[in-house]
Design a protein around this ligand. Structure first.
Ligand code: GUN
Ligand code: ZN
Length: 451
């Protein structure tokens, strides 16, 4: 049927979103499950969400309804920490963080001085995120402004909401990958003017981590952030014990690693810290008190042998320091997959080592609403809710023969979710909608139109 109201899109099927934080209120109280939902999108945002039968009259008569009866409609996944230029070093053998950076990463990143190359890799990255059901990411580019221009140009085409920034490094890196305090400031400022809040794109001031910036550069980053307080500041902290020892050596006057960032004015709302594994009580407290965000990157942490993040301490109300905004991320190329499902499965395994079993609703919350909250975007994305941006993932719950078989023995929604995060990957992505527009669909499965 010809749709004469092309700005309206109607999806029908089982849907899951979160109305609260399961770490604080419990899984059942946090979930909002609709066994037969209507998600009605008008001009890119959700206009109606709820029981299909109750809401069907709100659909324009000429709008076709796309029906996904045996799937699950979810908010798109949010990968809150990932390096697009590292796609080409995923799965590099045999090293821990610092050697991995020097041996593989700092070599690959040098290619991103070439803007055409950067844009090509960005296109591959963005397509792969779509295939994985990821609709927003917080992305590290390289030290080259070209790597940011190439990335944002590619992201403008897919329409995904993307946060990204030029990496700042003025020491402890190859010459070809270093800037200076001044050029870092000048180049980042120009990129903010060109890209921040252009459409759905947002800028993150991105000092790589304390060891690769001089105090002057950290100060320059903080000055720029103060001048543009609605941008983000993203960096790494306390990922490995060797790195913590290194920071202690080169910043001897500071109490601890987080204190280095705090003293230079790089903590606070919209400060996004990747990893945060080897934290002292004082650092937990500093992160909580400053309302900074931390991002769990489990496949990276197991691959590089970095350690086990304590998600319950981070997000739980019972923790001494109180809850910290916590997101979930792939951290490719330290991470081994762009699939947030695989990332959730790894988060479960890390949780087992850290002494707690991460429930499926908590993992799905972290990958959607939790990451949105960590990125201060929970008013726009991360949930299915009237007024939210319509970035939606339709998950095929029987994406492989083995999962199909396993699902025959599944007795609850929580179990179905746990099976997905343990066994499934990007093959489970049936469709992805960005602002209500279909941007990816699994060619093996066509959707039914009910009228
Ligand atoms: N710490 C500083 N840079 C990086 C990076 O590129 N990846 C990871 N995993 N950790 C880092
Ligand atoms: Zn990283």
């Amino acid at each position: 049927m010809l749709n004469t109201n092309p700005n309206q899109v109607a999806l029908r099927g089982p849907a899951l979103t979160f109305k609260d934080n399961p770490f604080l209120v419990g899984d059942d109280a946090a979930m909002h499950y609709e066994p037969d939902a209507l998600v009605l999108v008008q001009d890119g945002t959700v206009r109606e969400f709820g029981d299909y039968t109750a809401l069907r009259d709100t659909i324009s008569p000429e709008t076709p309804v796309t029906h996904y009866p045996d799937s699950l409609i979810l908010p798109g996944f949010i990968d809150a920490h990932v390096h697009y230029p590292q796609l080409q070093v995923m799965g590099s053998f045999g090293t821990r963080l610092i050697d991995w950076l020097n041996t593989y990463t700092f070599v690959a990143e040098q290619q991103f001085s070439d803007e055409a190359y950067a844009e090509k890799v960005a296109e591959i990255f963005l397509h792969e995120t779509l295939r994985s059901g990821t609709t927003t990411a917080a992305v590290y580019c390289t030290v080259h402004p070209q790597s940011v221009n190439g990335f944002f140009r590619a992201a403008e085409k897919t329409g995904q909401r993307m946060i990204a920034g030029k990496v700042l490094m003025d020491r402890h890196a190859p010459e070809a990958l270093t800037d200076t305090a001044q050029s870092a400031y000048d180049d980042s400022k120009a990129l903010i003017n060109d890209w921040h809040n252009r459409g759905r794109l947002m800028y993150a001031i991105t000092p790589r981590f304390a060891p690769t910036s001089t105090p002057e550069q950290l100060e320059a980053a903080a000055t720029l952030w103060r001048e543009h307080p609605d941008t983000y500041m993203q960096t790494h902290t306390s990922e490995t014990v060797e790195e913590v020892a290194w920071v202690k050596k080169i910043f001897p006057q500071h109490r601890n690693y987080v204190d280095v960032y705090a003293q230079y004015g790089l903590t606070g709302p919209r400060a996004i810290f990747g990893h945060a594994i080897h934290l002292s009580d004082a650092e937990w407290q500093q992160l909580a008190d400053s309302d900074s965000s931390i991002i769990h990157c489990p496949t990276s942490n197991t691959f590089l042998g970095s350690g086990f993040f304590d998600a319950v301490r981070a997000t739980g109300a019972g923790s001494a320091q109180g809850p910290v905004r916590t997101g979930l991320a792939t951290d490719v190329g330290g991470g081994t997959s762009l699939s947030m499902l695989k990332t959730m499965g790894e988060a479960y395994k890390v949780g087992q080592f850290a002494g707690h079993a991460l429930s499926a609703p908590k993992a799905f919350w972290m990958a959607t609403a939790g990451s949105a909250r960590a990125l201060h975007l929970d008013d726009r994305i991360g949930t299915i809710r009237v007024g939210a941006e319509a970035d939606l993932l339709v998950l095929n719950l029987r994406s492989t023969p083995l999962i199909d078989f396993r699902m025959q023995y599944c007795n609850s929604l929580a179990e179905a979710l746990f099976i997905q995060m343990t066994l499934a990957d990007e093959r489970a992505t049936r469709a992805v909608y960005i602002g209500g527009q279909l941007k990816y669909h699994d060619a093996r499965q066509s959707a039914a139109h009910t009228r």
